[in-house]
Design a protein around this ligand. Structure first.
Ligand SMILES: Cc1cc2nc3c(=O)[nH]c(=O)nc-3n(C[C@H](O)[C@H](O)[C@H](O)COP(=O)(O)OP(=O)(O)OC[C@H]3O[C@@H](n4cnc5c(N)ncnc54)[C@H](O)[C@@H]3O)c2cc1C
Length: 487
């Protein structure tokens, strides 16, 4: 039996073969790599808390579990943590935890808080009508790869069993003195610990014409439904932004039969994840699939009447469009925290335990800024949510950062990017190889691997991610030297 790891979300599967599709994020079997487990089981006598090395799940016992109950990682991937006594002074029974935001960070925070504290009152507030769902799979839903019901993460029955009270309401104000969250419907919730997991919203550049009908974003299930409602097989769709979300959305629209153009301001695709050479290879591949990709172009105006009819570019070029999807990045929903006087840079500033500048308030996921980083990715929301939920309920857990990694869905392209791809100074060396449509690149400094990119063949993604995350010397990994003989 082998251990397989989903390179999209970190889910671990045990079996002779990878699953047909990942039960957590829906990635297909090609996204699984064999996880080589070398670590010896660590059992220091003093350890009372164990952290899963894959999903950060915390296990309170003198020995690590044999299998992680959250992501199924095997027990030898757990690392021991030392417990300092809980800072929570109230008894378990009276602790009132409010989690604000029902995305992945909110769901995992509420789940972990319940695990830590069986009797605390836990309320999960979301302004979306749906129960928490796999937001990262909205593009697969748009493409018609999965049905809407497959997006749901947990059923209402599960929330009832966990005694997590899901409240569908929008929070409008936090009063830190009274420890109240005020809701738009006039209600208010009192808290002892508040976990802010209210996520991010799409950034929409202020182009003239951006408010016309037919101009959309893709963040929620409602957005996806309204895009599908407007779409016909003869639709001309323009996606503004050639990042991951833009490309996946474009691929989904093309899958539905639409004519699709992607407009990207940078000179190559996925500029944050790929060196230009790999970005160009990806562009050629997507063009061969029928997408029109315009790099180095910027939008001047969205033309039309009540409805959008076209996109006018600064270069003078005009693109017909009856549906424009703006995928120009996201911004944290930091307004509630700003109004409440918490320390906010771009996101809510949190420490390693996910506490904000107020010891009664924690934050996690896309709304949080940890050591200057806004991750904006699913695995970080998951891991930070676990840590925030644990600490909110009186446990002790820390988040020590993640090497961001990327796989692309929907487009039938084998692509992996991990860690630092755009080094800050000249002390970094780039090693690139391209052969028969397979591209590999690594970025090294001081004998360490900072980042890696694979295109065309991603079978070594797991190895490269492990090396980047370990921070160990490249020389400790002879397999890497085999891949890059000139190292
Ligand atoms: C289409 C799409 C595809 C993606 N694909 C990937 C991928 O392949 N890999 C990856 O790693 N990441 C991907 N992401 C990003 C990933 O989904 C996010 O990083 C993750 O969902 C963030 O989770 P979160 O819980 O922090 O915030 P969110 O999921 O944004 O959840 C925040 C919740 O808070 C609610 N809320 C906000 N304000 C209030 C308020 N005032 N009152 C009440 N509720 C409020 C929101 O309505 C929302 O339900 C994708 C995102 C999208 C949109």
């Amino acid at each position: 039996m082998k251990t397989w790891k989903c390179e999209v979300c970190g889910y671990i599967h045990s079996g002779d073969k990878p699953p047909y599709s990942c039960p957590v994020c829906g990635a297909d079997e090609d996204c699984f790599n064999v996880l080589e487990i070398n670590a010896e089981k660590k059992t220091p006598a003093t350890a009372e808390l164990w952290k899963c090395g894959i999903c950060n799940y915390l296990h309170k016992a003198t020995e690590s579990p044999s299998v992680c109950p959250v992501c199924s990682a095997s027990g030898n991937l757990f690392v021991p943590l030392s417990i300092t006594d809980s800072p929570v002074t109230q008894s378990d029974d009276t602790l009132r935890i409010v989690v604000l935001g029902g995305g992945i960070a909110g769901l995992t925070a509420a789940t972990e808080a319940r695990r830590q504290s069986p009797h605390a009152s836990i309320r999960l507030v979301s302004r979306e009508r749906s129960l928490p769902y796999y937001r990262l799979n909205l593009t697969r839903f748009l493409a018609g790869d999965i049905a809407e019901k497959e997006l749901q993460i947990q059923s209402q029955q599960w929330f009832d069993e966990q005694s997590i009270n899901c409240i569908s309401a929008e929070a409008t104000l936090i009063d830190r003195d009274k420890r109240f969250v005020y809701l738009r419907d006039g209600g208010q919730l009192v808290y002892d610990r508040l976990v802010l997991t209210n996520g991010a919203h799409p950034f929409i550049p202020p182009f003239p014409g951006v408010t016309r009908d037919g101009v959309s974003v893709l963040r929620t299930i409602e957005d996806a439904r309204s895009i599908l409602k407007r779409l016909t097989p003869s639709s001309c769709v323009v996606c503004i932004g050639g990042g991951l979300l833009g490309l996946e959305t474009a691929g989904a629209m093309a899958r539905q039969g639409a004519t699709v153009t992607v407009v990207e301001g940078f000179s190559s695709l996925l500029p944050r994840q790929l060196p230009p050479r790999a970005g160009n290879m990806l562009q050629q591949r997507l063009e061969a699939q029928g997408l029109t990709i315009l790099c180095g172009e910027t939008v001047k105006e969205l033309a039309g009447d009540e409805s959008v009819r076209g996109v006018l570019l600064e270069s003078g070029r005009q693109l017909p469009a009856d549906l424009v999807i703006v995928t120009a990045g996201v911004r944290p929903n930091s307004y509630l925290a700003r109004q409440a006087g918490l320390t906010v840079h771009q996101g809510i500033v949190v420490d390693d335990r996910m506490f904000s500048s107020d010891p009664a308030i924690l934050a996690a996921g896309d709304v949080a800024e940890h050591r200057g980083t806004l991750y904006g990715i699913w695995p970080a929301g998951y891991a930070q949510g676990v840590v925030a939920g644990c600490n909110a309920a009186g446990g002790r857990a820390e988040f020590d950062g993640l090497a961001p990694s990327t796989r692309i869905k929907v487009l039938d392209v084998d692509l992996f990017s991990c860690g630092q791809i755009h080094p800050e100074d000249a002390s970094t060396s780039l090693h690139e190889q391209e052969l028969n449509g397979v591209y590999r690149a690594i970025f090294c400094r001081d004998g360490q691997l900072l980042g890696a990119v694979l295109y065309g063949d991603t079978t070594t993604a797991g190895l490269l991610k492990e090396i980047v995350e370990s921070g160990r010397q490249i020389s400790e990994f002879p397999e890497l030297v085999t891949l890059f003989p000139k190292l």
